[in-house]
Design a protein around this ligand. Structure first.
Ligand code: IPE
Ligand code: IPE
Ligand code: MG
Length: 257
């Protein structure tokens, strides 16, 4: 008996050594960006159509938004649809374009109550009108809110975002409003979709893929990256807190010593 307890204690000690514990009073990342990946595989494993995975993934979004809000994260950016996702079958794209409406129809009132501000990051051009309208209503109705800043990256591409910023700057130079040598990092940052937010402190990607898939290429320069094999519909607030715990245990050096 004593032996068993001893073994358990050793195991526990090892676990807590490997897994940092989330400290609510510690540093909470100001901006967390999430690549929600693995919905399709989650469904395929169950012999279900991919869209069932997307529907299930929407439940995870609800849970993670509440978790982020509950610990005082300032900005949460969720990658919902990339500029490359148009390559998917028509039926799947159509379904994904309905999800913002569906999500907001059940969640918007609660988001308003929670003082959450909702915004879309990405190019509205090319999105179906009903999708843009759903996002516009959410943006409009939460405009005054000062709590969690909740962004959905929709028709978002990191490279397109940079190209658009460069085009804006070039137009200003052409109009004589700006000299080329006045363009610096801060100014380019001010021309990105994310101009109102600090760079992400922490990036989370689910589903075991270790890549950025054209997400926030400029903004992630010094972000802490955290990957898990768990598929997005299986992701939980406990794993979210685990990612933050790991973040809290890291030393961010920004090139210094
Ligand atoms: C992420 O899940 C959701 C979107 C990209 C819209 P996927 O649909 O990419 O799922 P997998 O990667 O195919 O499993
Ligand atoms: C990234 O996931 C885009 C979103 C989560 C919206 P993908 O599933 O599209 O990425 P790849 O194709 O595996 O790189
Ligand atoms: Mg994927």
């Amino acid at each position: 008996m004593l032996d068993r307890i001893g073994q358990m204690m050793v195991r526990k000690a090892n676990q807590s050594e490997q897994r940092p514990v989330f400290d609510k009073a510690g540093e909470i990342p100001r901006h967390i960006a999430v690549i929600m990946d693995g919905n399709g595989r989650w469904a395929q494993k169950r012999n279900l159509p991919r869209i069932v995975g997307h529907r299930s993934g929407m439940q995870t979004v609800k849970e993670i938004v509440k978790a982020a809000d509950s610990i005082g994260v300032q900005t949460l950016t969720m990658y919902a649809f990339s500029t490359e996702n148009w390559k998917r079958p028509r039926e799947e794209v159509d379904y994904l374009m309905k999800l913002p409406q569906e999500f907001l129809s059940t969640e918007l009132e609660e988001l308003i109550e929670r003082n959450v501000r909702v915004r879309m990051l990405g190019d509205p051009q090319g999105l179906p009108p009903h999708t843009v309208e759903a996002m516009n209503i959410a943006e409009e109705r939460t405009r005054q809110n000062t709590g969690l800043q909740l962004n959905f990256a929709l028709n978002y591409g990191g490279r397109t975002e940079i190209v658009k910023a460069v085009q804006d700057l070039a137009r200003k130079v052409q109009a004589g409003m700006l000299k080329p040598e006045e363009i610096d990092e801060a100014m380019l940052t001010q021309h990105l979709y994310t101009r109102d937010f600090p760079d992400p402190d922490l990036l989370i990607r689910t589903s075991g893929e270790i890549r950025l898939s054209n997400f926030m290429l400029w903004q992630l320069a010094y972000t802490e990256l955290w990957f898990t094999d768990v598929l997005w519909p299986d992701f939980t607030k406990e794993l979210f807190f685990e990612a933050i715990a790991e973040y809290q245990s890291r030393a961010r050096r920004y090139g210094a010593v």
